[in-house]
Design a protein around this ligand. Structure first.
Ligand code: BGC
Length: 383
């Protein structure tokens, strides 16, 4: 790996020549200067999955801004959650002479041929937020502690049900509570970490009878929502209400791994379920993730119970630090070299921490840090 970074530092013109693709993209702008290591001649390709979720728009913009401020050229692409589109966009970045790639994959297993091409051209690859699997050619992974995110999601559900207090201490409340479980997209490695963290936290309470899953759907395959789609989640929740909650069985809580999914679930609960408009009216506890503004407003209004705040500004910043290290021939700092086995190798990783957002810490976590303004929290719309 070091060798690859050293090559990058040597001068990308040389690397491009070695790879037989000199003269493309950034290289065309000034092949000569490139050899002298002028950052402005280096092109970084940033591939993001979709613009349908706020977080990826914020991630893309923050990575782009950070890299441009550091002096690099950036090509940012969103793939509309379409796997072939993402493959083509990355292929094009490589053809254009990208010097480094930062990729948040749609399907973590679908990019092997692009990564082979990147490796052949000595282009380092940073896996962003989601681990790229089944490839030797992932050089580094920047993400959050995804297992812990799952623990936090389950913790927030238990807090909402009153089984734990907000400090995470057992209250002695025994329920029993009826819950249903939702997971993310199975082709996203993170979905498995969130699920594992959540289930490890909930299982003891299920075993004890404090929690019950009346539908019996306790496998990730049954709970998964392809591409994390809100509409798919709404449909699954409606189906669960019809199949399981028709005759006096009360639903108390729903584990949801992402705010878009949470809003789909809430729509189903308020509509077909007729389960009240707010938690105070009897709406079940629904968890979430990403601190999307639509969900933060719902938390503020007592509709959704919690979310998980992952400060994407920090993730973007970390990816810029790693990219710079790699391009300067330094080994980037990892704080986890054990957890993220992508099926071929353990990818050195830098993990950031996340926080649970409840109604009473929206201000301290999100408004005071400038993530959302109070006006945005009030309106539920990003300005
Ligand atoms: C991310 C989550 C996000 C989800 C859906 C996951 O890979 O880690 O933050 O909620 O994708 O976009």
């Amino acid at each position: 790996m070091k060798k690859k970074y050293a090559l990058a530092a040597l001068g990308l013109a040389g690397v491009l020549a070695l790879a037989g693709c000199g003269g493309g993209g950034a290289g065309a702008a000034g092949g000569g200067e490139k050899a002298s290591g002028d950052k402005g001649d280096l092109l970084i390709g940033v591939s993001m999955p979709t613009q349908t979720s706020e977080r990826w728009i914020a991630d893309g913009e923050a990575v782009q801004d950070g890299l441009e401020e550091a002096g690099y050229q950036v090509e940012l692409q969103y793939a509309g959650d379409d796997i072939p589109t993402q493959g083509q966009q990355i292929d094009q970045m490589i053809t254009k002479g990208a010097d480094l790639l930062i990729i948040a994959a749609i399907d973590g297993t679908a990019l092997s041929s692009q990564l082979d091409a990147a490796a052949a051209a000595n282009i380092p690859v940073i896996s962003y937020d989601r681990l790229i699997r089944d490839s030797e050619n992932v050089d580094f992974y920047v993400t959050f502690d995804n297992y812990k995110v799952g623990v936090q999601q389950a913790t927030s559900l238990l807090v909402g049900l009153g089984v734990l207090d907000q400090d995470g201490k057992d209250t002695g409340e025994k329920g029993p509570f009826n819950i249903e479980l939702f997971a993310g997209s199975l082709d996203d490695n993170n979905a498995h970490f969130f699920w594992q963290g959540a289930m490890d936290t909930l299982q003891p309470y299920i075993d004890e009878g404090v929690l019950t899953v009346p539908s019996g759907q306790t496998d990730i395959e049954q709970a998964a929502i392809l591409r994390w789609q809100q509409e798919t989640a709404q449909k699954r929740m409606e189906d669960l209400l019809t199949s399981t909650y028709g005759r006096g069985t009360k639903l108390d809580g729903v584990l949801s791994p992402y705010d878009g999914i949470s809003r789909g679930i809430i729509t189903a609960l308020q509509g077909t379920g007729g389960l009240g408009a707010t938690i105070a009216d009897g709406l079940p506890i629904v968890t979430g993730q990403d601190a999307e503004i639509g969900s933060i407003a719902l938390i503020d209004q007592g509709v959704q119970f919690a979310s998980i705040f992952k400060d994407t500004r920090k993730l973007a910043e970390q990816s810029v630090v790693v990219a710079e290290d790699m391009l300067e021939g330094e080994e980037p700092e990892a704080n986890d070299t054990e957890t993220y086995d992508n099926g071929v190798k353990v990818v050195p990783s830098y993990l950031l921490q996340s926080d649970i957002v409840y109604k009473d810490n929206i201000t301290s976590l999100l408004v005071d840090s400038g993530y959302w303004t109070q006006a945005e929290v009030d309106s539920g719309v990003a300005e």
